[in-house]
Design a protein around this ligand. Structure first.
Ligand code: ADP
Ligand code: MG
Length: 554
């Protein structure tokens, strides 16, 4: 058409599309969740912008998502009266991979062997492009709220797309219409009951009502009421409803490991709907360490870019709906707000206490949470002094004597040996290698349990945590470990630390030879089989941390 230009997709989009087009993934239904969630996002963005600019609402009516089936044209249309897109926004949003989750997905794909692909698609949302699982052409016509021009975008998903101006008469009065030309083998998505059931199952709770038209000239019928799930009483919400809300909010495809839904009353009033995911979100170790909690004010979506939870809880997904913040609060002001500070404190405490309850009520499930997110929670041990004790209580460890079991620090304290002065830990990259380290011989000979710390963050937090409930926490490489007071296990070979003359002579020789390179050379109780090992000064930084800092160029 005149005024239309043809553009190529970004290389990563082309790869993703190729996957979608040739998808062998059986759960193609998810495309509808993605399109409905985009339509709902667009309505929520409009609600927010209209607080400052009410004129934006003049054309287009109350927020609504309309699905229309046209059996003779073999099309399924998802239309919203939300914020809409300009031509430039279309090129940006529908030609590149903007969202970090999708980017992470692509990176993961590059690592996975062929064949793992369809499994991965099943694990999390891939957004708009999933439309090409069921459509061999997708047309998008949009009018930005308040604008009098319209734009169109079209693609067969095979490498290029076209964009250009559209006749405003053909565009929605406000918002976006996405038309799917349904593939031959996806005809099931032209059946009204399939669409209705899929929407109910996947998107029943989105905060915008949904209507279905079974033919272009049919009367629209409401199939979802748009009542925000979190405003309903818990007794009216099923586990499936929660799982559905979790999948949409978190972009995950599994079940939540922990669900929090409560209303805080008192000084500040707010509702929380939050989930600890059942598996690791793909952006968990992004350098920004950003969370994804959404902030609403009286059911109006405000932002998902404010820090509602500390970064070491960034895996928690969901929303907070505040009754106290002013609706017209600017996004910049929010971060500074005292109300938000109170919310952050309250929600953080609640997440920690609910995890604490889970350790009691379902230790296996909690072990799964720790396996997925322990390394992130430990960042809190390092940077959040106020939460240190609570986090240490939640922490789980593999140890030299615990086998495959996850041990809490309480468990370890309960099993301390008579005369044992401290809780001991060893930091390294590999548990098996650590266990074989000569540093641990003296501990093993006395049956002392040693924490095996193999996460990158372990070298850091251990330097910040001096003790647990009065018991000092010490690295096995830090100075002499006072092992003399702990009796040897039966059958263990005693290592004599008595400075017999031969040993003294040898020590003098070592000191002379090594000179400035060592602070001291000592006989030790810690070794049983090995002849020597290196230890750090009592006050010296843990050796592993030294290495980490050195590799970070400090
Ligand atoms: P995400 O929704 O996670 O950002 P998507 O791939 O689903 O990723 O969508 C990409 C972008 O396209 C959105 O961020 C948005 O800017 C734009 N978009 C998609 N659908 C719509 C719509 N119905 N109305 C307005 N913008 C949309
Ligand atoms: Mg989306």
């Amino acid at each position: 058409a005149p005024g239309e230009t043809t553009k190529s997709f970004e290389a990563d989009v082309a790869r993703l599309l190729h996957l979608m087009v040739h998808s062998v993934y059986s759960d193609k239904d998810v495309f509808l969740r993605e399109l409905v969630s985009n339509a709902a996002d667009a309505c929520e963005k409009l609600r927010f912008e209209a607080i400052a600019t009410p004129e934006l609402l003049s054309a287009g009516g109350e927020p609504l998502i309309t699905l229309t089936i046209d059996p003779s044209a073999r099309t399924l249309t998802v239309e919203d009266n939300g914020i809409g897109m300009t031509e430039g926004e279309m090129v940006e949003a529908l030609g590149t991979i903007a969202r970090s989750g999708t980017r992470a997905f692509m990176d993961r794909m590059a690592e996975e062997a062929k064949g793992g692909e369809s499994r991965l698609i099943g694990q999390f949302g891939v957004g708009f492009y999933s439309a090409f699982m069921v459509a061999d052409r997708v047309d998008v016509v949009s009018r930005r709220a308040g604008g009098d021009t319209a734009a169109r975008w079209s693609s067969d998903g095979l490498g290029t797309f076209t964009v250009g101006a559209a006749d405003p008469a053909e565009a929605p009065p406000r918002g976006t219409r996405v038309t799917l030309h349904v593939k031959e083998d996806a005809g099931t998505y032209l059946e009204p009951h399939v669409i209705e059931e899929t929407v109910r199952a996947q998107s029943g709770h989105v905060p915008v009502p949904i209507a279905l038209k079974t033919a272009p000239d049919a009367e629209p019928r409401r199939i979802a009421d748009g009542a925000a799930l979190w405003t309903k009483p818990k007794s009216e919400i099923s586990t499936d409803d929660y799982a559905d809300a979790y999948r949409t909010l978190a972009g995950q495809f599994d079940e939540p490991a922990l669900t929090l839904h409560y209303r805080a009353e008192g000084l500040h009033e707010y509702t929380v709907l939050a989930f600890v995911p059942g598996s690791k979100p793909f952006d968990l170790f992004d350098p920004e360490r950003a969370g994804r909690m959404k902030l609403y004010v009286r059911r109006v979506f405000i932002t998902d870019e404010t820090e509602i939870l500390p970064r070491w809880l960034r895996f928690v997904r969901g929303l907070v709906d505040s009754a106290d913040l002013p609706l017209n609060v600017s996004r910049e002001m929010i971060q500074e707000s005292r109300v938000l500070a109170a919310i952050r404190k309250g929600v953080t405490s609640r997440v920690l206490s609910e995890m604490g309850k889970l350790t009691e009520s379902d230790p296996d499930r909690y072990a799964g949470v720790w396996e997925n997110f322990g390394a992130v929670l430990k960042e809190g041990l390092y940077e959040d002094e106020d939460r240190r004790a609570a986090l240490l209580g939640l922490a789980r460890f593999h140890t030299t004597t615990g086998g495959t079991a996850w041990r809490s620090i309480k468990d370890v304290v309960a099993d301390m040996k008579e005369g044992q002065a401290a809780i001991y830990y060893a930091v390294g990259t590999d548990a098996e290698r650590l266990k074989a380290s000569p540093q641990l011989e003296g501990f093993a000979a006395r049956g002392i349990e040693v924490l095996l710390l193999t996460d990158q963050v372990d070298g850091f937090w251990t330097s910040m945590v001096p003790e647990f409930e009065g018991k000092p926490l010490r690295s096995v490489t830090q100075g002499l470990a006072d092992l003399g007071a702990v009796p040897l296990r039966e059958g263990a070979e005693p290592a004599s630390a008595e400075a017999v003359p031969e040993v003294e002579g040898f020590i003098a020789y070592l000191k002379e030879t090594l000179g400035e390179d060592v602070a001291d050379v000592r006989a030790s109780e810690r070794l049983t089989d090995s002849a020597v090992c290196l230890v750090a000064n009592d006050r010296g930084m843990d050796r592993q941390l030294e290495r980490l800092l050195a590799s970070a160029g400090r």
